[in-house]
Design a protein around this ligand. Structure first.
Ligand code: SAM
Length: 223
């Protein structure tokens, strides 16, 4: 039975809304209990993210943040490509610790932030904001609005957002959680007129166990 107080928390889908603390404990448990080959999103070669970032930031001094970066190998690849102003933000300290340990001394220059992207306060405006498969977990309007507020403050005018989500024909859930699926047009509308959609890349991700997932990557320029 759902009581009256709980009913007020119910999103239109009828699911109980996830609080920031539920989210944190979900993801912390995932990274504490599963290895890289046991999570669907894992990638040895972080494409198309790396190629998109290299194409919009020929200047290796670009300040880049990977939001919901988890234990992704994107930060390793960016360091290898010559970028050096890197920040990785994720809810899960376990994910960040595993990336930091893997990278070793080269990771000393990376800023690691354990926080929720809907709560964190950006202290600078980045040249590039990258998000692969974190934004799409925000299925509640209030969470999306909080994230988009940080996105607007966290990207400088003329800077870029590279956002990868499940595409309209992608999975409806990931890691047992519902996701919001987008095409570039709906993502661009959701983000709002302060960002202009300048490129879109469909991507078929192959999970470690050989399943294929349909993603879309959008590149948006902050006006
Ligand atoms: C599907 S994984 C993708 C990880 C990474 N981007 C990659 O491509 O390997 C989703 C990641 O988003 C993080 N995440 C989910 N919601 C978040 C939030 N509100 N704030 C910060 N990180 C979040 C999770 O901890 C997890 O690492």
């Amino acid at each position: 039975m759902v009581n009256r107080a709980q009913r007020r928390l119910l999103p239109p889908s009828g699911l109980i809304a996830m609080t920031a603390s539920d989210r944190q404990s979900h993801w912390q448990t995932v990274y504490q209990t599963k290895g890289e080959q046991q999570v669907s999103w894992s990638q040895a070669d972080p494409q198309p993210s790396l190629g998109l970032i290299e194409s919009i930031a020929p200047d290796r001094d670009a300040a880049i943040i990977d939001v919901g970066g988890g234990a992704s190998r994107l930060v390793d690849a960016l360091l290898a490509s010559g970028f050096h102003d890197l920040t990785v933000l994720d809810l899960s300290e376990a994910a960040l610790a595993s990336a930091r340990e893997r990278i070793g001394a080269a990771g000393a220059a990376v800023r690691w932030i354990a926080d929720d992207a809907t709560v964190w306060q950006p202290q600078q405006a980045f040249d590039i904001w990258h998000d692969r498969a974190a934004f799409h977990f925000l299925v509640e309007e209030t969470d999306r609005m909080a994230y988009l507020d940080r996105l607007h403050r966290g990207v400088r005018a003329g800077g870029h957002a590279v956002i990868g989500t499940f595409a309209l024909d992608g999975p409806e859930k990931c890691s047992g959680l519902p996701v919001e699926r987008y095409d570039p047009a709906t993502l661009s509308r959701t983000i709002g007129p302060a960002f202009e959609l300048i490129a879109e890349v469909p991507h078929r991700h192959v999970t470690p166990w050989g399943a294929t997932q349909s993603f879309q990557f959008s590149v948006l320029r902050r006006k």
